[in-house]
Design a protein around this ligand. Structure first.
Ligand code: DGL
Length: 330
């Protein structure tokens, strides 16, 4: 007899918990209204080798998630993973910031047990909703031994993505999730098929633990455009301990913004030069002399996730060399 995996499914809201007035409402609907128990009734989980337990942790759109929400999810999942009778966790989540929560968990959970974050682009009430299949696939991935040690995963649209790489890259399509180097694998007929492993360090190989983290330092993102004023940069830098500068192209910085950013560094703010393109590598001392300015270069991470990484890094060190290594290691 096949042993059944014990999987906990956590509800947090989002479109996967949404409801429209009519089946034709694929974009106009109420978010975060269905409880996780109701969502689970939409899938044929009896056909999966799992014992399911559901719990409702939050009920809100993921655009509302603050650092405190991240910590609350991280602590709850840590507690669950520490239990011998739990084999994996699935988190039903809004898609807007799924990449941030998933990356935070990927870097802070101290377990090899599978953790899968899942959302949908259409509510369960819509025609051709992706909610039931995405949730079914997420549970199948969490329950499968091949997912052990992969870190936190995001499952959507038949694809399994590593939390490190995945970004939401479309506002309405089912094909909304993209990893720049491709997904780790696919889910077909309730069975995951992996073709690669995450190369960068995660979970047990990081110094951060969601279970013990107290608070996260303020790290903000500045989105660059030609008319961006020094006053705007100064205002954002005034409240931050870290700043992700989402520069144009390969992390370019307009001439009139160099001094404001250097002044931020003089006041103790850690500045990371990133790119607003959403793809590619920002090379240290490439478009700007980062070391001379005491700036950091992001490597290939997008600004939304560079913010997560810098927050975690700043809980451990303020040393520039250590911080630069963090961007190249995780
Ligand atoms: N506001 C969005 C969120 O909860 C709903 C979008 C979605 O889940 O796809 O992230």
């Amino acid at each position: 007899m096949i042993e059944k995996a014990n999987i906990v499914v956590i509800g947090t809201g989002g479109t996967i918990a949404g409801q429209g007035k009519a089946a034709s409402n694929t974009s106009a609907y109420m978010c975060s209204v269905l409880g996780i128990d109701d969502i689970l009734t939409t899938i044929p989980h009896a056909s999966l080798p799992v014992n399911l337990r559901a719990e409702q942790l939050l009920q809100t759109g993921s655009e509302n998630f603050t650092n405190e929400h991240l910590l609350a999810i991280g602590k709850r999942v840590s507690t669950l993973l520490a239990q011998d009778d739990i084999d994996g966790v699935v988190i039903a989540h809004g898609t807007d910031t799924i990449e941030e929560t998933a990356y935070f968990l990927h870097l802070t959970l101290k377990s090899r047990k599978p953790v899968v974050v899942v959302g949908s682009m259409r509510p369960p009430s819509a025609m051709s909703s992706d909610a039931p299949l995405n949730l079914y696939d997420a549970i199948a991935v969490a329950a499968h031994p091949s997912s052990i040690g992969m870190g936190t995963l995001v499952v959507a649209n038949d694809e399994i993505h590593t939390a490190r790489d995945v970004v939401k890259s479309n506002s309405f399509k089912i094909e909304a999730f993209r990893s720049p180097y491709g997904p780790l694998g696919y889910v077909i007929d309730g069975r995951p098929r992996y073709y690669r492993h995450p190369a960068r360090a995660h979970t047990l190989a990081t110094p951060w633990s969601a279970g013990t983290l107290g608070s996260l330092p303020a790290v903000d993102i500045v989105y660059a455009y030609g008319a961006l004023e020094p006053a705007t940069v100064n205002a954002i830098a005034a409240r931050a301990q870290g700043l992700i500068f989402a520069g144009t192209g390969n992390g370019s910085v307009a001439a009139h913004l160099i001094e404001p950013l250097r002044n931020a560094v003089r006041r103790g703010v850690h500045v990371v030069r990133a790119s607003r393109t959403g793809n590619g590598i920002v090379v240290q001392n490439g478009a700007q002399p980062d070391e001379a300015y005491s700036w950091l270069a992001v490597d290939d991470q997008v600004p939304s996730k560079a913010r997560i990484l810098l927050m975690l890094a700043l809980t451990q060190s303020r040393d520039l060399q250590v911080l630069q290594t963090v961007f190249e290691r995780y």
